[in-house]
Design a protein around this ligand. Structure first.
Ligand SMILES: [Zn+2]
Length: 324
């Protein structure tokens, strides 16, 4: 009898060890989008794991959670996201009690609201929507989300701001310190590392972009405002449309005239979005085509990934401005 129960105890102990091992293999921090994951990866380096919800190539404006995402969110020790004006897909999941208590909503971090910038002007978008067909926009779920995002008062691409990134880093550090006080030394060192490497990169990017302060250019959508304001760039305008809907000829003509009038030198698409209409805008002009990646799709999570992300953006602007 004794022999059997000991045997059972060994089996149970074995199961417990396997269970704990699989638990620790799970990401404890879940970031909604990659650049937020980049910041978390620096603070959590050597302490805990980070995963990103939005798959590479998916649009943050029209994503819908999969059952596996909801499972990851429920199992997370900490969820970091911007807020309902950006990740509309998160709102329902985040109301789940277990996630509610363990999440950092970036637009609620003290001091962030004072740094928010207004979104694209309604007038500009109003005329755009009339040209591309208002009815179609109202009928589509994804464009409804996009419409709400663009018509929100503020631009919510907050990960593009080095100043807001510092506040995100501090908030993640504070939350992890609460959860894992034993790792204080490592967490403190990681926060200092984030701050010092960002300081160096920020200086480098300021110098790199300074010669291009007065150059006009066009970007695909309004994702870059925080970066552009911070580094003094002056975009001519935004090609803010739903990629699924072709803009009308009148709108295309308007964008093209604006670009020519203001002597724009570049037009930027995004890695997954290179509509041929963008080429049509620059046809017959000297305007060059470039790519800007607002989510750092090609960058892997590491201690240095947020800084790499900002440097990559700066390089992407610069290479088109210089005509490399
Ligand atoms: Zn966006």
């Amino acid at each position: 009898m004794l022999h059997i129960s000991l045997h059972k105890i060994f089996i149970l102990a074995g199961m417990l060890i396997i269970g704990l091992a699989s638990l620790s293999a799970q990401a404890t921090i879940v970031a909604s989008v990659k650049p937020i994951g980049f910041i978390a990866a620096t603070i959590a380096d050597g302490v805990t794991s980070v995963s990103v919800l939005l798959p590479d190539g998916a649009s943050v404006h029209s994503y819908a959670l999969r059952p596996s995402d909801i499972k990851n969110l429920k199992n997370a020790e900490l969820v970091v996201w911007v807020g309902p004006d950006m990740e509309a897909f998160m709102s329902k999941a985040i109301s789940n009690v277990s996630i509610l208590h363990n999440n950092i909503q970036i637009d609620q971090i003290p001091g962030v609201q004072a740094l928010l910038l207004r979104g694209v002007e309604h007038a500009e978008l109003g005329s755009l929507y009339r040209h591309i067909g208002e009815k179609k926009i109202e009928n589509s779920v994804s464009t409804d989300r996009q419409g709400r995002h663009y018509h929100g008062e503020y631009n919510m691409h907050l990960w593009m701001s080095p100043d807001i990134a510092k506040k995100i880093a501090i908030a993640i550090h504070a939350k992890l310190l609460q959860q894992m006080p034993i790792s204080q030394d490592k967490l403190d060192a990681n926060l200092r590392y984030f701050q010092s490497t960002l300081f160096v990169a920020n200086d480098k990017i300021h110098k790199q972009l300074a010669p291009f302060k007065d150059k006009g250019y066009l970007v695909f959508h309004d994702a870059y405002t925080y970066f552009e304001k911070h580094y003094g760039l002056s975009p001519t305008g935004y090609f803010t449309i739903n990629p699924e809907i072709q803009p009308g000829a009148k709108r295309l003509h308007h964008i093209r005239m604006k670009l020519i009038e203001q002597k724009g030198i570049c037009i930027f698409a995004e890695p997954q979005l290179r509509p041929t209409v963008m080429q049509a805008i620059s046809r017959g002009t000297d305007v060059r085509s470039g790519i800007l990646d607002p989510l750092g799709a090609s960058i892997t999570l590491s201690k240095d990934s947020y800084v790499q992300f900002l440097v990559q953006l700066s390089d992407q602007y610069t290479s088109c401005f210089k005509g490399d």
